[in-house]
Design a binder for this molecule. Structure first.
Ligand SMILES: Nc1ncnc2c1ncn2[C@@H]1O[C@H](COP(=O)(O)OP(=O)(O)OP(=O)(O)O)[C@@H](O)[C@H]1O
Length: 529
């Protein structure tokens, strides 16, 4: 099916989120949509999926104008979407979620649960998703939930599939797998609109690339462009894609974890007797596939998850017995992996979200009275510094694009004196320009002598930021490696990818020699370009 978007315009109050956007997606084409945070990508896709009514412009499917009153119409017309923020009901099972997806389509009414279960198994087996149709959504790690979204879309026989940052939580091997799936879909005539901030992926798979900036199409790029060229077209300036940092000058270990275990109420061991330390002025990256205990590890450090055994010491003091507020006040900066549930209060304004844990302390409050002027002034300063694209700091944070909401969380957590920074997926959803800025801030925090823990599924981020890397698999630390070996060679991404699948270091090194990932090949392309 040929898809044409003509002159699509979408306005929110005084903000023109989409300004006469034209986009043509040919049958069987993988079309990447690139743009900085807040450029209008998700808005455009929400128009295409029937979630937003455009203020102007039209959608043509095989040359015929189509009007979507809601996602049901879009799905019936053969359009599928995997959202950046999952739209799954937590108490449902996987099969129920998929069955629910069929109901509004008008393609056969309510699908029996058995049938949905069968489809989940079939798609899961075919693409190696390893998703249990009877698992409850709320029990699944974020990464698996995203696979359920992909299964949902695939199960509806979409002819145009919109993937909004689909690889954000996948391992390199899983990303390779998804890329193969995307190619299979393409070969069968399915068109894919692919939103991503990962330029390596764009180069590996896109047939065509459209770049939008501040709501307008600013150009098409060739998939043979280098990452540097794509980055500067996206953000309108040159961007450094590598992290600029000097070797660490670490001091004493001021943060220590010993024999830490976390057991779920069901008896599942989530964190299994792990020990490590982080020195002042050092970045330890915790790498791993989503759902291997990193989330719980980070949450135990802040106190929103309870430890079942072990100790966690900051500046020599065991903090496990203290409350969350006390830990934040003692200088722990915490960026949660899921900003929408743990990072922001969506009905609060941008300004309020920037002082969530500080609103009752000076300078934002004196005694019992809060100072709105100081809260506003703080917000103006932080949003400027972190380049949060917004209309007013008094608008609800829910009106921000995903990347800009993330920048609010980072601005709040990284703008006070810290004794420890724990950031999970700090740059998830950020554009290349914002990643450059945030990585710079993380390194500056390290260089101020703060121990830093970065939990990331993003290998480029791990390799760029880490002084040491701890890889977690099934609640245990598979190994801790120096980011750069004694001979000056950086640890390879393939080795880390294999360790993330539970392969011990030495075996991973052997296997990596025999395995060249799809994205590894893209690396070569970059070198040759
Ligand atoms: N419901 C809304 N109300 C008000 N403004 C909105 C709404 N939805 C989006 N916007 C604004 O529209 C602009 C485009 O947002 P959009 O989410 O489309 O960006 P994006 O390109 O997808 O960004 P990101 O890469 O951060 O996800 C942003 O400035 C955002 O604040």
């Amino acid at each position: 099916m040929k898809l044409e978007l003509q002159g699509i315009t979408k306005v929110f109050g005084s903000l023109v989120a989409n300004d006469h956007i034209d986009l043509v997606v040919e049958p069987g084409e993988i079309h990447a949509l690139l743009g900085e945070n807040g450029a209008g990508k998700s808005t455009l896709m929400n128009v295409l999926y029937g979630l937003y009514d455009p203020d102007d412009g039209q959608i043509l499917l095989d040359g015929t104008p189509a009007t979507f009153k809601g996602p049901g119409d879009a799905v019936s017309a053969g359009i599928g979407m995997v959202h950046q923020h999952f739209m799954l009901v937590p108490v449902f099972t996987v099969a129920e979620s998929v069955a629910l997806g069929y109901e509004p389509t008008g393609t056969g009414g309510v699908l029996r649960l058995e049938e949905a279960r069968r489809r989940v198994r079939e798609i899961s087996d075919r693409f190696g998703f390893q998703v249990d149709p009877d698992a409850r959504i709320e029990d699944l790690p974020v990464g698996v939930q995203q696979r359920v979204e992909i299964i949902k879309a695939l199960s509806r026989d979409a002819q145009v599939l919109i993937l909004d940052e689909p690889t954000a939580v996948l391992t390199p091997q899983e990303t390779d797998e998804l890329i193969r799936i995307m190619r299979e879909l393409k070969d069968s005539g399915t068109s894919i609109v692919f939103i991503t901030h990962k330029l390596r992926e764009v180069r590996a798979i896109a047939d065509r690339i459209t770049v939008i900036r501040r709501g307008r199409v600013v150009g098409e790029a060739s998939p043979t462009s280098t990452e540097t060229e794509l980055a500067s077209l996206m953000v309108g300036r040159s961007v450094s894609l590598t992290v600029d940092k000097e070797p660490a000058q670490p001091g004493e270990a001021t943060f220590e974890v010993e024999g830490l275990s976390v057991v779920a109420p069901t008896g599942t061991v989530l964190v299994d007797d792990i020990s490590f330390d982080v020195r002042a002025g050092e970045i330890l990256c915790v790498a791993g596939v989503q759902g291997n205990g990193q989330t719980e590890l980070a949450e135990v450090i802040l106190g929103i998850e309870q430890a079942d055994a072990g100790s966690v010491r900051l500046d020599g003091k065991d903090i496990l017995g203290t409350g969350v507020k006390e830990r934040l006040r003692s200088g722990i900066g915490f960026v949660p992996e899921d900003r929408s549930t743990d990072g922001v209060v969506s009905s609060f304004s941008i300004a309020e979200n920037l002082v969530l844990d500080l609103f009752d302390t000076p300078p934002f409050a004196r005694g019992v009275s809060m100072s709105p002027a100081r809260v506003t002034a703080n917000a103006e300063q932080r949003t400027e510094e972190f380049d949060v694209r917004h209309t007013s700091v008094h608008d609800p944070i829910s009106t921000l694009s995903g990347g800009n909401a993330q920048k609010v969380v980072l601005a709040r957590e990284m703008s006070r004196p810290l004794r420890l920074l724990v950031a999970s997926q700090p740059t998830r959803g950020l554009d290349v320009g914002s990643i450059e800025f945030v990585h710079g801030r993380v390194v500056a925090e390290r260089d101020r002598g703060t121990p830093v823990i970065i939990v990331s599924t993003e290998l480029d981020e791990v390799l760029g930021l880490a002084d040491r890397i701890a890889v977690m698999y099934r609640g245990r630390i598979v190994g801790i490696v120096d980011a750069v070996g004694e001979d000056g060679t950086p640890v390879s991404r393939d080795v880390l990818g294999l360790m993330m699948a539970g392969v011990p270091l030495e075996d991973a090194q052997q296997q990596a020699a025999q395995h060249r990932s799809v994205l590894g090949a893209a690396d070569l392309g970059e070198e040759q370009a």
